[in-house]
Ligand binder design. Structure first.
Ligand SMILES: C[S@@+](CC[C@H](N)C(=O)[O-])C[C@H]1O[C@@H](n2cnc3c(N)ncnc32)[C@H](O)[C@@H]1O
Length: 228
């Protein structure tokens, strides 16, 4: 049935249908685990602007240190406007691919000159990649916005598509307590380093943490280095 429909549809209409399907299914999954992930914000042009500057002087320097001695294929999970991918183009031996649920943000990534062949509109809880297709993967400022169920599914998928190691940068609570699901401009989990390490260990055998320079009044940034 799917093959017949694909034959009947012009390619552009088929791609649009697939994007709508990805978005609707992600919305349904985002309701899982008792929390509602607010996805509409990722189609807000104001958010696209925030994503252009938020990591200056902190995570965008730090990720270059993490990758400086790496080589191979790398996946940016929930890449937004592709700003981090552009920063990593300074590292010669890696080839960075990315995907995001928001077609609006992916369009911005294409507009900044990143290769369209390396970008997809896709759902992090169901990645359209083969097992071990990437040597490394990473996410920045993204997993904390997923529902409980979404975090587990994304961690499982990150482990499936990654061969060596996966780096994840999250805000962790300043208080050191598991404060749960907070609502500010975006909803997010504000939890302890221990809480996140335990979630990541569901997909990876070794998880260590490093402090990031990023912080705000509720949270401090933490990098989690996860090995298969
Ligand atoms: C706060 S933004 C961070 C974007 C980017 N990593 C950066 O550092 O600029 C969170 C990103 O997660 C994406 N996102 C949320 N849920 C997703 C899902 N289920 N699958 C893929 N991307 C998702 C959003 O569209 C948004 O781009």
């Amino acid at each position: 049935m799917k093959a017949v429909l694909q034959d009947l549809c012009p390619p552009i209409a088929w791609r649009t249908l697939q994007r709508v399907k990805v978005s609707v299914m992600a919305r349904a999954r985002a309701q899982g685990g008792g929390r509602t992930q607010d996805l509409d914000v990722y189609w807000d042009p104001q958010m696209a602007q925030v994503l252009e500057t938020w990591g200056d002087g902190n995570v965008w320097d730090e990720i270059q240190f993490l990758f400086v001695n790496c080589r191979g294929r790398v996946l940016d999970i929930a890449c937004g406007t592709g700003k981090t991918m552009a920063v990593l183009s300074a590292i010669p031996l890696i080839e960075v691919h990315g995907f995001d649920i928001s077609d609006m943000l992916i369009r911005k990534a294409v507009d900044r000159g990143l290769s369209q062949d390396r970008l997809h509109v896709a759902d992090a809880t169901k990645m359209p990649y083969a097992d071990r297709e990437f040597d490394y993967s990473y996410s920045i400022g993204s997993l904390e916005h997923f529902s409980d169920t979404g975090i587990d599914q994304c961690v499982r998928e990150a482990a499936r598509v990654t061969r060596v190691a996966s780096f994840h940068m999250m805000p962790t609570s300043r208080s050191g307590r598991d404060e749960g699901w907070l609502k500010t401009y975006q909803s997010f989990h504000n939890c302890s380093v221990k809480w996140w390490a335990e979630r990541l260990r569901r997909g990876f055998s070794e998880v260590s943490d490093l402090p990031s320079k990023w912080s705000d009044h509720l949270s401090v940034g933490t990098w989690f280095v996860c090995r298969k």
